[in-house]
Design a protein around this ligand. Structure first.
Ligand code: FAD
Length: 393
């Protein structure tokens, strides 16, 4: 069987759905395909089931790429306010949780339903559970083979995402298509992912499992001050996830467990004002009790503060304000929220998302070398890049 469409999109995630809607609205005959039977699985599980769909502070400096300027055009063509307008049009109630992060009041499913409704309104043909067996270019057209069937199109959009969470459909398909058409790939890495540690640190993490606190975590000149969580497998929480996108294997990260407090100054003051106070109790004023006891024990300090030398107090303080640790790795794609790297932005027009070498071939969303910080930025990139491709495909 042979069939002709104006636009074929492979991957019906956030970016693919948005591009299908926009191309359909322009009157293009659109086919949207996905190998999964359930559409929008990543949207459904995102933001703890409430989908952090954008961030009101969206700005190019919230994204990582070999070419940080690449994203500017797409973010200008379709802003966070444009997506908010769409959400409001569909009467989806939302709220700002913190730091400009917008979440659905009810459920992420509302976003999926909205996108599917918009697809139907734009006459998009949706095929689920479809396994693409080949893509070829022929006489200025592309065709997508699905077994014996061939679907032809003028514009082919690759929106198959990155490698994170393979159990809900992630595949390396997009990178393979890019390689086939001679596009460079920036090596992919798991990002926004919990970090793992050697036995000594892991022991501490296990002992403290479930405990969370605000921490400032830095790698070189990049730092994030958000929640940090001890787990059975290592460290997690927003600040760890954020720094994981920057951290390089073999390097240290610095953790300030009490970013609002210079612990040595605090202890010096207490030593003068309240010399009989127990050090464990004092540190518990700054840190959760279990962590405070563990740090005191590790530093071999106990008893009244007046009995402790300033040298010992300095050592104790620096293990709180400057805890230097070397991750051994990350939990990998199994739990990573996103994939760093991808199709090199030097290969794509920032205005249209079309391959510079292959007219009619577009790449959008996470498959491209653009990775947002935690906080709704990754979806905004999916909406913006999807919108842009939808205007030109
Ligand atoms: C647990 C979790 C929570 C997250 N929470 C948030 C959040 O709250 N806010 C935020 O901004 N970002 C969040 N993200 C990141 C966000 O989900 C992604 O950045 C975004 O979904 C990327 O959109 P995409 O369309 O490029 O790719 P995807 O949404 O991954 O969609 C790709 C689609 O392509 C399909 N596909 C893959 N291979 C093939 C193939 N060979 N043939 C056909 N179809 C194929 C897949 O089935 C999928 O439907 C989260 C990610 C995870 C894993």
């Amino acid at each position: 069987m042979k069939q002709k469409f104006d636009v074929i999109i492979i991957g019906a995630g956030a970016a693919g759905l948005m591009s299908a809607i926009e191309a359909g609205k322009r009157g293009r005959k659109v086919l949207l395909m996905d190998h999964s039977k359930k559409i929008g699985e990543k949207i459904r599980i995102s933001g703890g089931g409430r989908c952090n769909f954008t961030n009101i502070n969206t700005h190019p400096n919230k994204f990582i790429s070999n070419n940080p300027k690449f994203i500017i055009s797409a973010l200008n063509q379709y802003t966070q306010n444009d997506f908010i307008k769409l959400i409001k049009k569909h009467n989806i109630k939302f709220h700002e949780k913190k730091l400009g992060q917008l979440f659905c009041d009810e459920s992420a499913q509302q976003i999926i339903d909205m996108l599917l409704l918009e697809c139907r309104m734009a006459d998009v043909t949706l095929k689920k559970g479809v396994f693409v067996t080949g893509i070829e270019r022929e006489d200025k057209q592309y065709y997508v083979a699905v077994g014996p069937d061939k679907y032809f199109c003028d514009s082919l959009i690759i929106a198959t995402g990155g490698l994170s969470v393979p159990k809900i459909g992630a595949s390396k398909f997009g990178y393979e298509v890019a390689k086939k058409f001679n596009l460079n790939i920036i090596e992919p890495f798991p990002a926004l992912v919990p970090l793992t540690f050697s036995e000594k640190i892991l022991f501490k993490c296990k002992e403290l499992s479930g405990l969370s606190l605000e921490a400032l975590i830095s790698f070189n000149k990049t730092f994030f001050e958000e929640g940090m969580l001890f787990t059975h497998r290592g460290l997690s929480g927003p600040s760890i996830l954020q720094i994981s996108s920057y951290w390089k294997l073999g390097s240290d990260i610095k953790i300030n467990l009490s970013p609002k407090q210079d612990v040595f100054k605090f202890l010096e003051n207490k030593k003068k004002m309240n010399p009989k106070q127990d050090i464990n109790i004092l540190i518990s004023e700054i840190l959760p009790k279990r962590l405070a006891h563990m740090i005191c024990k590790e530093n071999g300090v106990n008893g009244n503060i007046c009995e402790l030398s300033n040298k010992l107090l300095k050592q104790l303080s620096s293990s709180i304000n400057t805890w230097v640790i070397s991750p051994t790795g990350s939990e990998g794609y199994r739990t990573a929220e996103v994939t760093l790297g991808g199709v090199d932005t030097d290969e794509i027009s920032s205005k249209t998302m079309m391959s510079l070498k292959n007219p009619g071939l577009f790449f959008i969303g996470e498959v491209v070398d653009i990775t947002g910080h935690l906080g709704g930025y990754n979806f905004q990139w999916a909406w913006s890049s999807g919108f842009v491709a939808g205007q030109y495909a």
